[in-house]
Design a protein around this ligand. Structure first.
Ligand SMILES: [Zn+2]
Ligand SMILES: [Zn+2]
Length: 217
């Protein structure tokens, strides 16, 4: 639990994918993570909080994580960030929709690509971006915490879930790569670090280290 950090989340059918608004309460600056079909609820929450969203950050580019980007960008005027290795998925979002029998609108161009050791500041916080390929080639972990401290809340996309891990049967997915990303990137964080996944409830690094059936032993 990081003081002054406000986290709002929403998820809707059919994918029940978690989108997030993370705000620095002191400055009201915020980031929007993975706007999908629940984008209306996220924008309402941001407005109710008086949040000034300075960046739209994508953990990866599967369609459930990006279908709200156009609406979010036009409402907020904030730049959209993605890892370059997921650009083929982002640019293929209409085609992804077709695979699921869903009509998806093309999304606006990406404004910035995460660089190695990328940090993105907002308010009194910083987002440390770490590549975590495996579920998709350009998946990242967004670790958010005070710029002047060590604590981080982890927004992991579909890399790690409470009691499970991301699927690796979609284009560019690879199980060994995914397990390596979890062990070498996510498990470097302390047991107390909260984990906010792309689907399902929040968990902690310690709980997953101890009990996740894909990772114990
Ligand atoms: Zn995904
Ligand atoms: Zn997802």
């Amino acid at each position: 639990m990081i003081p002054d950090m406000v986290i709002r989340t929403a998820a809707v059918a059919p994918f029940f994918k978690n989108g997030y608004v993370v705000m620095c309460e002191t400055t009201r600056q915020a980031v929007l993570i993975d706007p999908g079909d629940e984008v209306d609820a996220l924008l309402e929450a941001a407005q109710a909080d008086g949040a000034k969203v300075t960046a739209i950050l994508l953990t990866h580019a599967h369609l459930d994580h990006v279908t709200g980007v156009a609406q979010a960008k036009s409402a907020l005027g904030a730049p959209v960030w993605l890892h370059r290795d997921d650009l083929f998925l982002y640019n293929g979002v209409v085609e992804q929709g077709r695979m699921f029998g869903i009509r998806v609108s093309p999304q606006p161009t990406i404004d910035a690509f995460y660089q190695p050791n990328q940090s993105i500041a907002f308010g009194n916080y910083v987002v440390d971006v770490s590549p975590t390929p495996g579920h998709s080639p350009g998946g990242v972990c967004l670790a958010i915490g005070p710029a002047n401290g060590e604590a981080r809340d982890l927004f992991v996309g579909d890399t790690l879930f409470a009691g499970s891990i991301g699927r690796t049967d979609l284009p560019g997915g690879d199980l060994e790569t995914l397990l390596q990303s979890i062990r070498s990137v996510l498990f470097k964080y302390p047991d107390a670090a909260p984990v906010y996944s792309g689907h399902g409830p929040a968990t902690t690094i310690g709980d997953e280290r101890r009990t996740n059936p894909f990772l114990i032993g």
